[in-house]
Design a protein around this ligand. Structure first.
Ligand SMILES: NC(=O)c1ccc[n+]([C@@H]2O[C@H](COP(=O)([O-])OP(=O)(O)OC[C@H]3O[C@@H](n4cnc5c(N)ncnc54)[C@H](OP(=O)(O)O)[C@@H]3O)[C@@H](O)[C@H]2O)c1
Ligand SMILES: [Zn+2]
Ligand SMILES: [Zn+2]
Length: 332
């Protein structure tokens, strides 16, 4: 029976323990984890009683009886969604992230995650890593990359449009690269100007440091805005720089209600579009696009140990990560 080290969130911090799984059945695959990203969403679960991590990359070690295309030694990634029913309207449309029977991080399979030495997942929900892309580069793409690419790609962003990216963290620094490579004009909104040089190097055309400003100014109004901050922004500040007919994609995981300047919504015909990670179809396209255009996260590596995870989480929480932590399992 497969058994592997995992790292859980608990009330008292990170705990190292073991998970044991039954013999592989159906299209299950046993993976040896080689790298895991640390996403902002993991911070919400650090005191939950569950194994953490949902930006995993690993090597196929064993295959269940009904697997069809993977073979031992293949490199694959996985993200937020573990399985879905496969037969509902959403699954049939390729929107399996909205399947009523979806199994997702934080809600299902709490005994395993990517902060681990191993994992057992369905072959149907694994993503082959393109040749030439390293495991540590591929890891943050499994959630962070997938989420921002989805918001751009699923809703048909055009190269002639101005795309705003608010928040230059794990998601935001990838979103700048994707939007720039899609040919858009990219306007970055960031708390301070500390990240300006890097944002411009990643492909931004304009950078606005928002802190202390009562009014924002941009050269051309935004047709789309991806909100990649870890908390909801001040929408009053943002609405004046949106173009008529603009779409806002609030990606931040935050508690409480969404409160938006109501008359701006009407008078400018604004659309608010929720978006959650990516379907498998879009995730595969994202990986191919990232490989072709050399879109890579800027990484800080940490050992995947209790101390390493705690250090990485503390740094992310303080806002000091540049720009995505990747945890590397240590040999036992
Ligand atoms: N919808 C989805 O499917 C999905 C998927 C993944 C993650 N998420 C969520 O997306 C958000 C970003 O994730 P991430 O991994 O990129 O996090 P991150 O690396 O912590 O980046 C968040 C960025 O937000 C800004 N920020 C920090 N503290 C803030 C505050 N108190 N108020 C407003 N802005 C703040 C900072 O950017 P500046 O310094 O530039 O201001 C920071 O770099 C999180 O809420 C995460 O849970 C959603
Ligand atoms: Zn995530
Ligand atoms: Zn379904």
């Amino acid at each position: 029976m497969p058994s592997f080290t995992v790292f859980k969130g608990t009330k008292n911090g990170i705990e190292q323990t073991k998970t044991e799984k039954p013999e592989l059945k159906g299209d299950q695959v046993l993976l040896k984890v080689t790298a895991s990203g640390l996403c902002g969403t993991d911070l919400h679960y650090k005191n939950a009683d569950m194994v953490l991590g949902h930006e995993g990359v690993g090597i196929v070690m064993e295959l269940g009886p009904e697997t069809t295309y993977l073979k031992k030694g293949d490199r694959v990634g996985w993200g937020y969604e573990h399985t879905s029913c496969g037969h509902c309207q959403q699954c049939l449309k390729g929107n399996e992230t909205f399947c009523p029977e979806r199994a997702m991080y934080g809600f299902a399979d709490l005994d395993q995650g990517s902060f681990a030495h191993g994992a057992v997942w369905r072959e149907a929900f694994l993503f082959p890593i393109p040749e030439g892309m390293s495991d540590e580069v591929a890891a943050p793409l499994q959630c962070g990359g997938a989420t921002v690419f989805n918001a751009l790609h699923q809703f048909n962003t055009q190269p002639t449009e101005v795309v705003g990216i608010m928040g230059v963290g794990g998601l935001g620094h990838l979103a700048i690269q994707f939007a720039a490579k899609m040919g858009c004009r990219v306007v970055v909104l960031s708390g301070s100007d500390r990240k300006k040089d890097e944002a411009m190097k990643l492909g931004a055309h304009e950078f606005v440091a928002t802190k202390g400003l009562k009014e924002l100014k941009v050269e051309r109004p935004l047709d789309r805005l991806l909100v990649c901050t870890s908390a909801q922004p001040d929408w009053e500040l943002i609405t004046p720089i949106l173009a008529p007919g603009a779409t806002v994609y609030p990606l931040s995981v935050d508690e409480g209600d969404f409160k938006f300047p109501y008359m701006s919504l009407l008078l400018s015909g604004i659309t608010i579009q929720g978006s959650l990670v990516a379907s498998r179809y879009i995730q595969n396209r994202m990986l191919a696009f990232a490989a072709q255009h050399k879109i890579e996260p800027i990484l800080e590596k940490f050992p995947m140990t209790k101390a390493g995870i705690e250090e990485a989480m503390a740094k992310l929480e303080k806002g000091d990560m540049r720009y995505r932590a990747v945890l590397i399992p240590q040999s036992e």
